[in-house]
Design a protein around this ligand. Structure first.
Ligand SMILES: [Zn+2]
Length: 304
């Protein structure tokens, strides 16, 4: 009898622990399903593996990756997994993605390590209205006085993002195809929704070594657990649009979307700039699109 009670108790404890663990993981949004799986370029992905690849560990999310020049006037100032870009011009700088608010001082340090002042930042942009990319906007604006500009369709989500109760600053509302210019550099905002309603892909041109290059800063096109017809329509338009954008250098809102670590290692060893990689430009789009199609097929819903 004693043994039975002990067994029952052990079992109960195991159930409670497993349930608590599951709830904790889901509450953090860290564990999408491990199916369906897709293979692109010989690599297999599931929704869970893509998120894990994008985020890394909590330490990866908040530890500076060595700041460095990518190409032309574009510099990396983000963490190991959450990207931030500084675009310097003679009239100040543009910062793309402030990431989590706690990372703003990390980004500031990287900017200063490159020889720029944080207060040089005049414009703050983002790729999409999730905390890991734009939570730091209010603090960064407080520290620099920069103008925060955001795609109209992401404004409601940004307004709900209030770290420490601070309202989310929005100084200019952008629409699909509009330009943001500073000191001779122009970025074009392309509405590429699906992951959020106003997810934005940025394009610009840089000159490096006397040559001109098309740079694309992509937004995440990662599918939610369940794809509604409205979200599928958004993704269909976004995939076609991203495929058609001119691109020699692809960047993203997570470092893994363009193999930053491998490219940075090559950059350090000299030779041609590894970030110039037109052939690799659309791989992340292919992965995202294949995953959306696989999830729709698994849902048994309509295939486009
Ligand atoms: Zn996101």
């Amino acid at each position: 009898m004693k043994r039975l009670v002990l067994k029952l108790l052990t079992c109960l404890v195991a159930i409670v622990v497993a349930t608590a663990g599951h709830l904790r993981v889901r509450a953090q949004g860290q564990a999408p399903p491990d199916h369906p799986s897709i293979t692109v370029g010989g690599q297999t992905y599931t929704p869970r593996s893509i998120l894990a690849r994008n985020m890394g560990t909590p330490e990866d999310q908040s530890t500076a990756f060595p700041p460095h020049k990518i190409i032309g006037n574009i510099y990396y100032v983000g963490t190991r997994t959450l990207t931030s870009y500084l675009i310097s011009t003679p009239q100040g700088a543009i910062l793309v993605n402030t990431t989590y608010e706690r990372n703003v001082p990390v980004i500031q340090k990287s900017v200063e390590q490159l020889g720029f002042n944080f207060s040089d930042i005049k414009i703050i942009l983002g790729t999409h209205a999730h905390g890991d990319h734009q939570e730091g906007d209010a603090l960064a604006k407080q520290m620099t006085g920069a103008q925060v500009m955001a795609m109209a369709e992401d404004v409601p989500a940004l307004q709900g993002m209030k770290p420490g109760g601070k309202p989310h600053p929005i100084d200019r509302v952008l629409h699909d195809g509009e330009q943001v210019s500073l000191g001779g550099t122009t970025l074009v905002a392309h509405l590429t929704p699906g992951h959020t309603r106003g997810a934005t892909t940025w394009t610009t041109k840089v000159t490096d070594g006397g040559k001109s290059y098309d740079v694309m800063i992509g937004t995440s096109l990662r599918a939610p657990d369940r794809i509604t017809p409205q979200i599928l329509d958004e993704f269909n338009r976004s995939f076609a649009k991203v495929r058609a954008l001119p691109c020699d250098v692809q960047l993203g809102d997570h470092a893994a979307q363009y193999n930053m670590q491998a490219k940075y290692a090559k950059l350090k060893s000299g030779g041609a700039n590894p970030y110039v990689d037109p052939a690799g430009c659309k791989v992340e789009e292919e992965i995202s699109e294949a995953m959306v199609r696989a999830i729709v097929a698994e849902q048994g819903g309509r295939q486009p």
